[in-house]
Design a protein around this ligand. Structure first.
Ligand code: HEM
Length: 344
């Protein structure tokens, strides 16, 4: 149960980011195509056909993103959460914005197919409305994404915003003179919107505690259920821990190696930072590993663990704890903690 959700989770995140990139490319190209005739040097490949191709590719990735988000059991999303905005228990507002964005895009695709019947003016009005899906999707990604605080994801978001702002500026600069007041207003609104997005990102999603503020259900914040009993003393061979069974928690962290060959690995729960894990690894390979699980300042398990080359395993009270470790893209360590009832 632990490994499959993990793959789906990564696909959800990756496809969300790719969808945003593609959507940005679609929006930038759409805005610039309006100003194309202003320059005879316009690259031939940046055409309506490319705009359509990118749009359809974006739709494919959005479908993948939504499907894997629903299939991954972590957030307990149902089909209705993916189609009816603002109904999910998980981060209601921020997830709901993703649903609104994808429905605007669905409306765009359907009306484009019916364009001949709708007439150009109606189709164009809906087309412009669909551009609103870009900022809405951007806020959704920042508000609900696990990677919203990671530097490379922030850079990617900033790059997307910069590209759209530059495209809007180019478009506004090349419009007809009689629309100068409208263009100035559009420029002011774009600048104000970008500044507001930046301020909100810094004061909201980038702050610790955002997971709770964003509306993550308490059960998920506490790791699929309260870690109920009081902490036990550290250093005992096996504490009477109260880690619930059925957890599947993703963690990230770093490792430090001492001069004598021993080392310490510290990991924290992704997103919520609710659980922390410390592993003290001895210098001699195969020696007992000290595992400590803490929640906030409380130690919920402190015990010795074994390592079979892939999984650190320990027993905390009546709970079997398995910790699968791997390296992360940023050079750190990632882990998946799963718990099950100890089999007699
Ligand atoms: C235009 C449509 C959408 C776009 C462009 C989009 C894009 C994104 C982005 C960029 C992220 C952040 C990923 C990360 O931080 O690694 C994200 C996260 C997420 N999205 Fe969407 N999304 C869209 C629609 C939806 C819909 C309709 C759902 C409903 C099921 C959804 C569910 C999620 C979930 C559950 C996450 C959190 C994953 C995580 O914690 O990293 N998205 N989305």
């Amino acid at each position: 149960m632990a490994s499959n959700p993990s793959v789906l989770w990564y696909v959800t995140r990756a496809s969300g980011l790719v969808s945003l990139l593609l959507l940005t490319a679609v929006v930038v190209l759409g805005i610039l195509l309006g100003a194309r005739w202003a320059s005879p040097d316009w690259p031939v490949f940046l055409s309506q056909a490319m705009h359509r191709f990118l749009s359809l590719t974006a739709v494919v990735f959005i479908v993948l993103h939504v499907t894997t988000a629903v299939l991954d059991p972590f957030a307990h999303l149902g089909l209705s959460d993916a189609f009816i905005p603002f109904t999910s228990a998980y981060r209601t507002l921020w997830l709901g914005l993703g649903v609104v964005a994808s429905e605007l895009i669905a409306a765009l695709v359907i009306t484009s197919l019916l364009r001949a019947k709708l007439g150009f003016r109606t189709w164009r009005a809906i087309h412009w409305l669909a551009y609103a899906s870009w900022p809405i999707a951007m806020v959704h990604g920042l508000g609900t994404g696990t990677d919203a605080r990671v530097w490379w994801a922030l850079l990617l978001d900033a790059g997307c915003l910069g590209a759209v702002v530059i495209a809007i500026a180019m478009r506004l600069a090349s419009g007809p003179l009689r629309w100068v007041a409208v263009r100035a207003l559009a420029g002011i609104l774009t600048a104000a919107g970008s500044i507001a997005l930046g301020i909100w990102t810094v004061t909201g999603p980038m702050q610790s505690g955002w997971a709770r503020a964003a509306g993550t259900p308490t059960g998920l914040l506490a790791g699929h259920g309260a870690l109920s009993s009081p902490p036990t003393s550290s250093g005992s061979r096996s504490s009477q821990a109260s880690l619930p069974v059925g957890l599947a928690v993703r963690l990230r962290g770093t490792g430090v190696q001492n001069s004598d060959g021993s080392g310490t690995i510290t990991l924290v729960e992704e997103g919520t930072q609710n659980l922390q894990i410390t592993l003290n690894v001895p210098a001699d390979v195969g020696g007992p590993i000290q595992l400590r699980v803490t929640q906030g300042t409380s130690i919920v398990c402190s015990t010795t663990a074994t390592f079979n080359g892939q999984v650190v395993a320990a027993v905390c009270g009546a709970t079997q704890v398995n910790l699968e470790l791997g390296s992360s893209d940023d050079g750190g360590i990632r882990g998946t903690l799963t718990t099950a009832a100890v089999t007699p």
